[in-house]
Design a protein around this ligand. Structure first.
Ligand code: DX5
Ligand code: ZN
Length: 217
């Protein structure tokens, strides 16, 4: 089994120096830069739009993994693609026509991810499994960094891993992951991990990414 990918969420970064923060986690060994886009409607918080993503694009060559917590999402996908997203993830709860959103992402030449809230059943994925590049399981209710991991999601991660079979879909988990629980998440079947507070709290990004990796293996 190859090593787990770590995607620091810049929701927990210092927004006053966002470009430098992106550069710092890149140099500390991040595989992806996870960017949480919130609209104050789908989730009770508001974050970045395309101009902010465009402004930080030149600070790293690592893939931008853009997590859209917006409803509707489909008509904004192009703006995020043009701003520099490499992976665009939409929530199954956000748009009625999930398959169309996936098509729009692929037509723009980007990788398509699909995310599930903690209360959402994984069977909604069955009819898009052959069309997507990434599944993002939310292990907290989306909206904020620093929340506690919801243990019931471990069973769901496991069932999704089985459902994926031999397809080359990444299984990413987001929310409340730290060195104390990352091994369980990986054991359940995740091969990519989002971490906000676990990476940015403390200020030593090399050490925090290393302790996640060490604990994962
Ligand atoms: C929550 C976001 C997460 C969040 C994770 O809505 O999708 O990406 O930033 O933060 P931590 O790792 O602190 O739970
Ligand atoms: Zn996220």
């Amino acid at each position: 089994m190859h090593s787990v990918k770590i995607a620091p969420s810049i929701l927990s970064a210092d927004f006053a120096k966002l470009g430098k923060e992106v550069q710092a986690v890149d140099e500390a060994g991040a595989d992806y830069i996870h960017i949480d886009v919130m609209d104050g409607h789908f989730v009770p918080n508001l974050t970045f739009g395309p101009p902010v993503i465009q402004a930080i694009r030149s600070y790293t060559a690592k893939p931008f993994d853009v997590h859209l917590m917006i409803n509707p999402a489909v008509q904004y996908i192009k703006d995020y693609a043009e701003a520099g997203a490499d992976i665009i993830t939409v929530h199954v709860e956000a748009d009625i026509h999930l398959h169309r959103s996936v098509q729009v992402i692929h037509d723009l030449g980007k990788k398509a991810g699909v995310s599930l809230n903690p209360s959402t059943d994984e069977n909604v994925l069955r009819n898009v499994l052959d069309d997507i590049d990434l599944i993002l399981v939310m292990s907290v209710n989306p909206g904020f960094g620093g929340q506690s991991f919801i243990p019931s999601q471990l069973g769901k991660i496991n069932r999704i891993r089985e459902m994926i079979g031999d397809r080359s879909i990444e299984l990413m988990v987001d929310g409340g992951i730290n060195p104390g629980n990352i091994a369980n998440v990986v054991k359940a079947g995740a091969n990519a991990i989002v971490a906000g507070s676990a990476v940015f709290t403390g200020g030593d990004y090399v050490a925090s990414i290393k302790s996640l990796r060490d604990a994962a293996n």
